[in-house]
Design a protein around this ligand. Structure first.
Ligand code: NAD
Length: 316
């Protein structure tokens, strides 16, 4: 059995596969060498990817032996799952393995929105000691609105509640009897607009699908409080970036934290880079040492199981 890994995996994942007697070919940059990838992929029983490798129709046509696609993460927008299933190929993902990391990133973002310690540090090192300028605001009794109430939102809700925040959420597929609402005290709202109008922070936790593309655009941004911050750790494309630029230009919102963008890595000509209150990170919300070990181990184990004809709970 042979497994092809096209993006970064932690050593523990490779060792797990090898201990199962599986041959591993690992090139962390193969996702960027499309021609080579298309040429060699036909020799493998499984392929393990992150979010950069396009596992599309063109690639799947080349995969005559492929039985399993492993996704080191949870977003599936780079994989043609329908086509894979048609070909009888299993798709497994690292269900829930980086949700805690993303939730902690969201808390870091909202804390830094109101207490920008890095800016204060810069001032002090530049010789300023201005306590008034750096007067912050508490999170206590502020409202966070969660768009999408799945696994990550659940963990954000628990942490925000511990800070004494009001947590409201919108998800048309969740009812008041679901765990996140029943157990975390999230107040569920029946429309997206109620979240936009009432929140001091809005955090997006939906997958990128045709129905969530540009979910946050001109009208939605205009509905937000001018003092509110938007946080996107889900996927680029869910916020309309042109509309976001206009909104920041017109001071319609206080700021935005963008871990994900429509085009990654960021295009240097992206106008959003010009705004001081647009804070970027290079798609790292789910990226911590703990989550990467967890993800690598989980995906390697589940791919190994499927190659041996066993069942996996992580099949999509
Ligand atoms: P999940 O599947 O547990 O939850 C997604 C929720 O979105 C579901 O409850 C679903 O009902 C809801 N939803 C779907 N369409 C909606 C809509 N139009 N309006 C409101 N709610 C809607 O997913 P999750 O584990 O919470 O992850 C969410 C997303 O976060 C993933 O799809 C992935 O793209 C992204 N993610 C990013 C990182 C990162 O490093 N930045 C890491 C992990 C996940």
């Amino acid at each position: 059995m042979k497994v092809l890994i096209t993006e970064v995996i932690w050593d523990q994942g490779i060792t797990t596969l090898q201990e199962e007697g599986i041959e591993v070919y690992y090139d962390k940059d193969l996702w960027a060498k499309r021609e080579t990838l298309l040429e060699i992929v036909k020799d493998f029983d499984a392929i393990i990817v992150r979010n950069q490798t396009k596992v599309d129709q063109e690639l799947l046509i080349e995969c005559t032996k492929l039985k399993v696609i492993g996704r080191l993460g949870v977003g599936l927008d780079n994989i043609d799952v329908v086509k894979a299933k048609e070909k009888g190929i299993h798709v497994v993902m690292a269900r829930h393995a980086n949700a805690t990391s993303v939730a902690e990133y969201v808390m870091a973002a909202i804390l830094s929105a109101k207490r920008p310690i890095h800016e204060a540090n810069e001032d002090v090192k530049n010789g300023y000691w201005d306590r008034r300028k750096h007067t912050g605001e508490e999170l206590y009794q502020k409202t966070i609105g969660l768009i999408g109430l799945g696994e990550i939102a659940h963990r954000v809700a628990k942490r925000a509640t511990a800070f004494g925040m009001e947590v409201i959420g919108y998800d048309p597929f969740i009812t008041e009897y679901d765990h996140i609402v029943a157990e975390t005290g999230v107040r569920i709202k029946s429309s997206l607009d109620e979240i936009l109008v009432n929140s001091d922070f809005i955090s997006i936790h939906v997958p990128l699908t045709p129905s969530t593309k540009d979910l946050i655009s001109t009208q939605q941004l205009k509905s937000m409080k001018p003092s509110a911050f938007l946080i996107n750790t889900s996927r680029g494309g869910i916020i309309d970036e042109k509309a976001l630029c206009d909104s920041l230009m017109n001071h319609e919102i206080a700021g935005v934290f963008l871990d994900v963008l429509e085009s990654e890595p960021v295009d240097p000509s992206n106008k959003l880079l010009d705004f001081k209150n647009a804070i970027f990170s290079p798609h790292i919300a789910g990226l911590t040492t703990e989550s990467q070990i967890r993800i690598s181990l989980l995906v390697a184990k589940e791919v190994g199981k499927l190659l041996k004809g066993q069942k996996s709970l992580c099949v999509v």
